[in-house]
Design a protein around this ligand. Structure first.
Ligand SMILES: Nc1ncnc2c1ncn2[C@@H]1O[C@H](COP(=O)(O)OP(=O)(O)OP(=O)(O)O)[C@@H](O)[C@H]1O
Ligand SMILES: [Mg+2]
Length: 299
């Protein structure tokens, strides 16, 4: 997987598509090719510093080819709140998040950040507002330190280390023979998925963007890694606007707002307590996770 990211990097470099590169670095390797394959968007826009980081979608529609995947979605995400997006596989969660961050353009409706249509922003000034934490992280064949300081190449070593500490990756980095100078991807630096994800969290810490998009891991990470990851994510998301595709009950329960997405629509919305008082997908979702948790305890 790391290998494939180098190939993407190489093709981007030759294309001289620096703006696309910035977007790709911020997100998951799995999606890099999709972004590169996507039809060219007009990313020229204005340099805008939004008045707030409220995000709003109005009546948004989106299709891949002819298949309608998002069908009339409206939502409101006030700044500094946490929104959890849940729902069945294939329901449209990832697509919806892609539209909010303008990885693609909507077919109909509008997405605004701070009251301005995301299309009015030039891509760099839009992306300044966002950090992405996904599982399949894009890392360069470069030192760990440079991977962390990617968004701020002139950042001093002490800032890199501070970010790594907050992201719970300082200890494993320091234990490598070359420490922060370890080159990723050249024999030796064989990082686990969890370690790579924490490096991406450290990178996001350096960027310190006000809005964090997060795709929570579904795969079972081992308990120690999960603990470290949870701490790192808490440190990153404090005081931020957080939009997360959530799979774990614990994170969903504490969200200010839960959106249940199914067949391209928001079919339920509210807090945990509100949604538990309704019959619907959410209650089933919670029931399944409670059951899974109790099974785990028994085994
Ligand atoms: N690049 C693509 N091209 C064509 N169809 C796609 C593409 N990406 C997703 N889809 C389709 O769009 C629908 C919504 O997919 P999406 O990935 O948004 O769902 P999801 O809710 O994130 O699912 P999961 O929980 O499995 O991640 C699915 O039917 C999927 O097959
Ligand atoms: Mg998804």
């Amino acid at each position: 997987m790391v290998i494939s990211s180098f190939i993407v990097y190489a093709s981007l470099e030759t294309a001289g598509n620096y703006s696309a590169l910035l977007r790709v670095v911020d997100m998951s390797v799995d999606r890099a090719q999709e972004i590169l394959d996507a039809p060219q968007m007009d990313i020229s826009g204005d340099e805008i510093i939004p008045a707030s980081r409220d995000i709003e979608a109005k009546n948004v529609q989106f299709s891949y080819d002819k298949k309608k995947v998002i069908d009339g979605v409206s939502l409101n995400i006030p700044e500094r709140t946490t929104t959890a997006i849940v729902g069945p596989s294939g329901g449209g969660k990832t697509t919806l998040v892609n539209l909010l961050a303008r990885f693609w353009d909507v077919d109909k409706g509008t997405v605004t950040l701070g009251g301005r249509n995301v299309r009015e922003y030039d891509m760099d000034s839009l992306m300044q507002n966002f950090s992405f934490v996904f599982q399949n992280v894009y890392l360069f064949r470069d030192t760990i330190a440079n991977n962390i300081r990617f968004g701020r190449p002139d950042a001093p070593m002490e800032d890199v280390i501070a970010a790594a500490k907050k992201a719970c990756c300082h200890d494993f980095i320091a234990a490598l023979p070359d420490g922060y100078d370890t080159v990723i991807g050249e024999g030796g630096a064989n990082l686990s998925g969890g370690e790579r994800q924490r490096i991406s969290i450290a990178r996001a810490m350096m960027k310190d963007a006000p809005v964090i998009f997060l795709d929570e891991a579904t795969a079972n990470v081992d308990p120690e890694n999960e603990n470290e990851l949870t701490k790192a994510i808490e440190a990153l998301t404090r005081e931020k606007t957080v939009i997360m595709i959530a799979h774990r009950l614990k994170t969903v329960e504490h969200a200010d707002q839960i959106l249940v997405v199914d067949h391209g629509k928001i079919v339920q919305r509210g807090t945990h307590d509100q949604l538990m008082a309704e019959d619907g997908i959410y209650k089933t979702f919670v029931g399944e996770r409670r059951e899974a948790a109790s099974w785990k305890v028994k085994v």
